[in-house]
Ligand binder design. Structure first.
Ligand code: THG
Length: 367
């Protein structure tokens, strides 16, 4: 692989200096910003994530801030998830759909106050959609991207590390809740959340100037815990069934196809854009859906395209993410499978660029 050329269009983050000093080996681009993908090797990073604690520069999870009297109304227009019961201090995983019910993004939303929300986005230009909706409906809101950069602390020793830097009260933050904690005189929202199944926190770092001081404080305090710089790990997130927008789903998919029907309350999410379309698909049910797929392979290539899933000479779906799992042996994958072939135990074959492999639909992800 060649190098990626630097330019102002490809944004660095407040933690890029620390990421480079830690020996990052590969990046991807996400929301026009650098996202590390490998430090030592995918397998070494994976093992360490499952046993210790890592600091992840996930600044690419940009915030769309919605502020003002119509903020709650606007956020509810974006999603089929019913937000009426949501309290300040809570995070919700929130599908965002267009007028046809197609997925535009799958952010985590934080309710800071009735009139102030952060939408922590996946890789699509959601800011433009939210601004467009606000303008089109003449809502009384301000919509912008503040200087907030999430820093994730993930792994089984995350609580111990965070307690060293922020105090023991951090241990009481519950899953998908956030509290306010002070670092160098600045109040930071810290949630128990993150893009792994190993547990941990996300610190919403307010102001690029405290990025490296916080990075260094965590690295220093974590020395006895074997802390390392890390990043979302493709093997671990596939095992855990964490979906990747743009990979496992696009605007061609409804939330129901993505297995996100449990985050849709379309009947009561009054005002949601795409509600009529979703009421139809919710009633009829999807004709294809995301499934865990085991692949009988010892090595697999990278997945820069969908791999056809075949049965009896016919295409019945596609694998959208795949990796070899050190812990579960063989290939683990996320696929989109037609309803005729989506039952657990269904035997398929997958056409990877390196050849055809036997595959089977699993009943659950690997956790
Ligand atoms: N954290 C924050 N923002 C994000 C992500 C994140 N924005 C982009 C991307 N990741 C959004 N995608 C996801 C996908 C899954 C989860 C979070 C964000 C997730 N899901 C849990 C699960 O499936 O087990 C639990 C969801 C729930 O129960 O509500 O955590 O990682 N800030």
């Amino acid at each position: 692989m060649a190098l990626i050329s630097q330019s102002r269009r490809l944004r660095r983050t407040p933690f890029s200096d620390g990421v480079e000093a830690a020996g990052v080996k590969a990046f991807t681009v996400y929301n026009r910003m650098l996202l590390p993908t490998m430090f030592r090797s995918p397998e070494e990073d994976y093992r360490h994530l499952k046993e210790a604690v890592q600091i992840w520069d996930v600044s690419v999870e940009r915030q769309v801030e919605v502020r003002g009297p119509d903020a709650g109304k606007l956020v509810q227009m974006l999603t089929p998830r019913d937000l009426r019961g949501m309290l300040p201090g809570q995070c919700y995983y929130m599908p965002v759909v267009d007028e046809t019910g197609g997925m535009l993004n799958d952010p985590v939303v934080l309710k800071l106050a009735e009139d102030r929300w952060w939408i922590s986005i996946a890789d699509s230009d959601l800011l433009l959609w939210v601004k467009g909706v606000a303008q089109g409906y003449r809502l009384d809101v301000l919509v912008d991207e503040p200087d907030i950069s999430p820093l994730a602390v993930q792994g089984p020793k995350a609580d111990d590390l965070m307690a060293e830097v922020f105090g023991d009260n951090i241990r009481d933050v519950r899953f998908f809740r956030f509290g306010w904690f002070t670092f160098q005189g600045r109040d930071l929202a810290i949630a128990r959340s993150g893009y792994s199944k190993q547990g941990g926190f996300e610190i919403y770092v307010d102001g690029a100037d405290i990025g490296m001081p916080l990075w260094n404080a965590l690295m220093e305090a974590g020395k006895p815990l074997d802390v390392r710089a890390g990043c979302p790990n493709n093997i671990e997130r596939i095992e855990g069934g964490l979906l990747s927008y743009g990979n496992d789903m696009t605007d061609d998919n409804t939330p129901h196809e993505c297995g996100l029907g449990r985050f849709c309350n379309t009947a009561t999410a009054i005002g949601c854009i795409g509600r009529d379309a979703l009421l139809r698909v919710a009633k009829e049910g999807p004709v294809q859906q995301v499934r865990p797929i085991a692949i009988d392979a010892k090595t697999l290539p990278g997945s820069d395209r969908a791999w056809p899933l075949m049965a009896g000479g016919k295409r019945v779906g596609q694998v959208t993410s795949a990796a070899i799992s050190p812990d579960f042996g063989g290939g683990v994958a996320i696929g989109m499978v037609r309803m005729t072939h989506w039952d657990a135990g269904t035997e398929l074959s997958v056409q990877s660029p390196d050849g055809e492999y036997a595959a089977v639909v699993k009943d659950k992800f690997w956790n």
